[in-house]
Design a protein around this ligand. Structure first.
Ligand code: ATP
Ligand code: MG
Length: 151
């Protein structure tokens, strides 16, 4: 049975697309068939964060307007997910300076790096798949956002 996961927020720039790209990649690496959809009709960038922008021909606007059937807007991400992660158990998604580099490279951090944020996202994917992964305490680590707000 398919599950629909909506990643949304009332505020811009809080990490929705980053979470979507990484959660999708994590769920795929766990053996699931995943379709991630960028519903931003004006300024989509999920394709860029996944490094697939060169392969996009159609987008959600074409689908909604009936120009093409939905399958024509799908792009397959064939990235190898063999070396996915030594899992650490962390509860929330910490801010992670490296995330910005990965975002800009079009590479989901969850597939490439044993970082706190990547691990947290992988654990979220595992919990979504029904695994019982405890929510451990975060170890204090000051990253980009906490430094930005002076925390
Ligand atoms: N856990 C994190 N740690 C550090 N930086 C992060 C983290 N998550 C996202 N970022 C960075 O924050 C910026 C905004 O992220 P993103 O584009 O995913 O937000 P968004 O909510 O989708 O934004 P928009 O509302 O514009 O669509 C990006 O530069 C991204 O690399
Ligand atoms: Mg976004």
């Amino acid at each position: 049975m398919a599950k629909v996961i909506v990643v949304t927020s009332g505020k811009g720039g809080v990490g929705k697309t980053t979470v979507t790209a990484n959660l999708g990649s994590a769920l795929a690496s766990l053996g699931n068939k995943v379709l991630t959809i960028d519903a931003d009709i004006g300024l989509r960038n999920l394709d860029m964060i996944l490094g697939l922008e060169n392969r996009i021909v159609y987008d959600i606007v074409d689908v909604v307007e009936g120009v093409i059937p939905p399958e024509k807007a799908f792009v397959k991400d064939k990235r190898s997910v063999e070396d996915v992660l030594r899992i650490k158990k962390i509860g929330v998604i910490p801010d992670e300076e490296k995330m910005i580099d990965f975002t800009n490279k079009g590479e989901p951090i969850v597939l490439s790096d044993n970082s706190s944020a990547g691990t947290a996202l992988m654990n979220i994917a595992r919990r979504l798949m029904g695994e019982d992964i405890p929510f451990n305490e975060l170890t204090e680590k000051k990253g980009f956002f906490s430094r930005l707000i002076g925390g």
